[in-house]
Design a protein around this ligand. Sequence first.
Ligand code: HEM
Length: 164
Amino acid sequence: MTPQQVLLVQQSFEKLAAMGAPAWERFYSELFMIEPSLKRMFKGDMHEQRKKLLAALALAIRALNAPAKSLDPLKALAVKHVGYGVKAHHYTYMGNALLRTIERGLGKDFTPELRNAWVAAFQTLATIMMEAAYGQNPSGTKRRRLTVPTEAGRAVAEMWIIPT
Ligand code: HEM
């Protein structure tokens, strides 16, 4: 990621966080629409879950240009996720749900440049988490086209790195 991309992600996240709950309340519906089988993995209160996710994302996004050690809690979180039954390819779904949430929240301010910056940020963070949890080497990943249903019933293809 370039320093400019890090800045773009951090600034837009501030904006989204300031929008509060309404900007985030559809996050998990987006995720379950992309992959309905994930729903049964979540046992707790989804309102609380969203708050935890947001707090973890805030930490991760701050860590993008902080000393490497700041990523330690994120790595520990990724290891904990293995116990929740999370697999490496689930990060792809999470990334897409995140992009949709941001797009919905920012509307026309979600420019292609900003989208690219968020894709780079999520790939950076997900790679760190996947490496911590599954010991995967990023070079062992490949690009694949993923087609997912949308609310309007259209199929949207988004490029992600999915572990082989
Ligand atoms: C950027 C990536 C992610 C972040 C920042 C994140 C963040 C979090 C946080 C903070 C918690 C609460 C942990 C706790 O209190 O123990 C959590 C729980 C959980 N996450 Fe994630 N997560 C990420 C990716 C994923 C992915 C890819 C999945 C796959 C579906 C997933 C599924 C879960 C599940 C099943 C729980 C436990 C829910 C429950 O106890 O009911 N997470 N996550």
